[in-house]
Design a protein around this ligand. Structure first.
Ligand code: PRP
Length: 209
């Protein structure tokens, strides 16, 4: 039975190199091709390349059996899938950040926040009893406080280079992020040996690191 694996385009794909090579794949090809579906008939594997935020949707619907996706994406886009492994890749922080001189804006009655993650942001501030006005952006979020679109941002911080290059600092950490392996609930039952093989291969790769 063929197993279909969803891969996140972008920085998580680069970090998935070791896992993909351990699964016998040509990483250079996967990284550079414009093909969206890559078939490895000899191993009964299909790989699908897509935007990270779409992976949980495809896995829930059973189009994809297994997905490699960041915890941030899973929390933001709640889907009915099994989260079966916490991987050692894609590690970063999820933080509130802004201009150093604007940190006291955290105490304003209404805080203006720009983010790609409106659900996480709303929940985080609500739990602290704070009211936020959220602007949902799709990228280059660090621009928002620089040009006055927002008081601060909620975003991923990996190396911290983007914040630093734009004169921004972390105010608070929200949670730690890492990549997770998610599995479709039906596939988990009916393709159990194939899925188990893939999980074992990934575990073996992690032990080697
Ligand atoms: C992510 C994230 C930050 C940046 C953090 O954006 O949203 O902007 O990376 O990484 P750093 O701490 O290593 O600098 P990404 O580069 O994926 O692109 P985007 O701005 O288009 O969302």
């Amino acid at each position: 039975m063929t197993i279909t694996i969803g891969l996140s385009k972008g920085r998580l794909l680069k970090e998935s190199q070791g896992i993909l090579e351990k699964l016998g794949q040509d990483f250079e090809y996967i990284k550079t091709t414009r093909q969206l579906v890559i078939k490895d008939e000899s191993r009964d594997l299909n790989f699908i390349l897509l935007k990270p935020s779409d992976i949980p949707t495809y896995v829930e619907k059973g189009i994809i059996d297994i997905g490699i996706v960041g915890k941030d994406t899973l929390i933001e886009n709640k889907r009915d899938v099994y989260e079966v492994m916490n991987l050692s890749i894609g590690k970063c922080r999820f933080s509130v950040a802004g201009k150093p001189e604007n940190k006291e804006k955290l105490n304003q009655p209404i805080i203006r926040v720009a983010t790609k993650y409106p659900n996480i942001t709303k929940k985080y501030f609500e739990e602290k009893g704070k009211t936020v006005e959220i602007t949902k952006l799709n990228g280059s979020v660090e621009l928002a406080p620089l040009v006055g679109l927002s008081d601060m941002i909620v975003d991923l911080v990996e190396t911290g280079n983007t914040l630093k290059a734009n004169g921004l600092v972390v105010y608070e950490d929200v949670f730690e992020v890492s990549a997770r392996l998610i599995v479709n609930k039906v596939s988990y039952r009916y393709k159990d040996s194939g899925i188990q093989n893939i999980m074992d291969t990934i575990k073996a790769w992690e032990v080697e690191q």
